[in-house]
Ligand binder design. Structure first.
Ligand code: UD1
Length: 365
């Protein structure tokens, strides 16, 4: 029996862990234990996703909550160490690139527990991004590295990682999307919001580099203002962004944009339905760049770099940065031309968690 502690902490982790827990639970050789660090804790940022995605209730919740990077990381480490000592797992499995990922990874390796990283090898090349530091550090201490795309494999090899540790398995987040696509179609969100398919945009914005800086956020609002003059933008707002709109004095400006519709964070199924039927998606999120590639919806990424280059190479993603001129040019390009259907990256077929499980069951690492 192989005992594996699986870690979740923040919203983007939940859709990644769901298929892994399902696959592990179906294999009698694996005993999974689910630990939630509590990095995200609001009903709409956490619990809702467990219910919708059928993720088992966490066996343990560390209840750590928000804080500066150092405080949050340290609190997670302090709370997770005794769990590892008590449970004595064979492996700790972490996903993605959030603070919970590196905090729990570090605890595991310091106790001599083998570490598995799912979504390994992604690199934006931007070390000012907290997630980039989390990615580099987590990969460098992991014993098994599961990659979503070939660039992940290439990056790890370039960094000198032993090739035997690396496995290209596909994308667990896409496992979740494909599993839930039909269910999401049943969501009544379009009727509820009185939206017509392909006649609105969706937008997410939460990166500190975009929403903590008055000049950058202001420039983004310039572009958003123009786009919402052309079509409604549905904007489920992250707590950080909501707070910054008031701290940076943008409340009045945002309120004056009559077709920019700010809503509370939205659950997985409703948001999947909204994105699948959107004309265009504007985002600074990592996951949405991948989801829109599968949904065949044009995506404008409001960042200077991406750790998910495959979405630009074969998908419908345009990486435009934060200059309002460039954002509007990308928007016009979509309006003026029918983009050809994008290809689907290798192994993004709904079976990534199953591949991970098979490798683990036969692993000698
Ligand atoms: C974290 C991840 C980021 C991911 C994002 C998705 C890190 C370094 N960043 O950023 O990679 O894309 O999650 O959301 O781990 N808050 C609430 N309720 C919650 C959670 C947070 O109100 O349930 C507020 C708090 O004011 C908190 C702030 O949001 O201080 C930021 O939360 P935090 O977990 O520190 O980082 P995110 O910006 O969410």
């Amino acid at each position: 029996m192989t005992k594996i502690i699986c870690i979740v902490g923040a919203r983007p982790n939940f859709m990644k862990i769901a298929p892994i827990m399902e696959a592990f639970n179906a294999h009698p050789e694996i005993e999974p234990i689910l630990v939630h660090t509590g990095q995200h804790y609001d009903e709409k940022m956490s619990d809702l996703f467990f219910r919708e995605l059928g993720i088992p209730r966490p066996d343990i919740n560390l209840g750590v909550g928000s804080g500066s990077h150092a405080v949050q990381t340290a609190e997670i480490m302090k709370a997770f160490e005794p769990i590892c000592l008590e449970q004595k797992p064979d492996y700790v499995l972490v996903v993605g690139d959030v603070n919970s990922t590196i905090a729990c990874g570090l605890v595991a390796v310091k106790l001599g527990i083998k570490l598995i990283h799912v979504e390994a090898g992604l690199r934006s090349g931007d070390r000012t991004m907290p997630e980039e530091i989390n990615r580099i550090l987590t990969d460098s201490i992991s014993d098994l590295l599961f990659c979503t795309e070939k660039h992940g494999v290439d990056n790890l090899l370039k960094e000198g990682t032993n090739s035997e540790k690396i496995h290209l398995v596909g994308n667990v987040m896409i496992d979740t999307l494909l599993k839930n696509k039909n269910k999401a179609e049943q969501s009544p969100i379009l009727e509820k919001m009185q939206l017509i398919p392909k006649q609105y945009a969706t937008m997410t914005l939460h990166r500190p580099s975009n929403v903590d800086d008055q000049v950058i956020f202001g420039g983004l609002l310039d572009a958003i203002e123009e786009i919402q003059n052309d079509m409604p933008i549905i904007f489920p707002i992250h707590p950080r962004t909501k707070n910054n709109i008031s701290v940076l004095g943008f409340e009045k400006r945002v309120a004056q944009m009559s077709k920019l519709r700010l809503v509370e964070p939205i659950g997985y199924l409703d948001f999947l339905k909204l994105n699948a039927n959107a004309y265009v998606v504007l985002t600074d999120s990592g996951g949405l760049q991948e989801e829109t590639t599968i949904l065949q919806v044009p995506c404008i990424t409001l960042r200077e770099n991406t750790e998910r280059p495959i979405t630009c190479e074969i998908g419908s993603n345009q990486l435009v940065g934060t200059n309002p001129m460039n954002i509007l040019a990308a928007y016009r390009k979509i309006k003026n031309s029918q983009l050809p259907p994008s290809a689907i990256p290798e192994l993004w077929d709904g079976l990534a968690a199953e591949r991970i499980t098979k490798i683990l069951v036969s692993s000698t690492v």
